[in-house]
Design a protein around this ligand. Structure first.
Ligand code: ADP
Ligand code: NI
Length: 203
């Protein structure tokens, strides 16, 4: 994974994978999830991500790699299914799951999209795609389907309303919910300060 994600500068570098793996194993402690599946899926979860494969998105890098390592077919299928359910797909698209490993990985990945680290990643992503930080003339959009979400080109502050602030209420594990609470509060604080500075006010 380190070599796969070498030079990645939109917040999906190896250290994102490292943090998600750690969070996932921590959250899995209080769930009846298989730790081997959780850890392997955490390590592999972003190599087929649409955001990182815009030129060549056949979505089979994970599967091909596991097969090339002669991993048991049953495990390969389980890992691919877990990863398939992880990604956020738009404000109006439900990604709720009953799969315990997917619940854990979804929460871990989403926690890394929140709080101070989430803020840093979001602006890194926006910069990598040539987005404005903020444009008061462009309002956030609540994307009703994955296609619209993928095409969005709005300023980075809009992403807080289109995704980041919605994550707290979509957590699927009790441990995830506790961690999300504090990260959510920090993002609200950041936005207050951001608008105060934008409007030349003291808060
Ligand atoms: P997911 O699979 O749920 O999209 P990832 O781990 O791939 O989760 O990371 C998504 C992160 O990439 C977002 O939380 C954000 O930091 C960044 N990102 C994705 N889309 C945008 C966007 N439109 N504007 C700003 N940042 C974005
Ligand atoms: Ni991720």
């Amino acid at each position: 994974m380190k070599s796969q994600l070498e030079g990645e500068s939109s917040g999906h570098d190896w250290w994102h994978i490292f943090r998600v793996r750690k969070l996932a194993l921590m959250i899995a402690g209080s769930e009846s999830a298989d730790l081997f599946l959780v850890e392997l899926a955490a390590l592999l979860h972003d190599i087929d991500d649409w955001k990182l494969n815009l030129d060549n998105a056949d979505g089979r890098k994970t599967e091909n790699w596991l097969r090339s390592c002669h991993v048991d077919n049953h495990i390969t299928d389980r890992i691919c299914r877990i990863i398939d359910g992880v990604s956020f797909k738009g404000a109006g698209v439900s990604t709720a799951t009953s799969d315990p490993e997917c619940k854990v990985l979804q929460d871990a990945d989403r926690l890394d999209a929140m709080g101070a680290i989430g803020i840093a990643r979001t602006f890194a992503f926006g910069g990598s795609r040539g987005r404005y930080i903020f444009d008061p003339g462009i309002s956030p959009e609540m994307h009703a389907d994955f296609g619209k979400y993928k095409k969005s080109k709005g300023p980075t502050i809009n992403h807080f309303y289109e995704k980041l602030l919605l994550l707290k209420d979509q957590m699927q594990t009790p441990a995830g919910r506790v961690l999300a609470e504090q990260r959510h509060e920090f993002m609200l604080l950041f936005l207050d300060q951001f608008y105060a500075e934008w409007n030349c006010k003291n808060i």
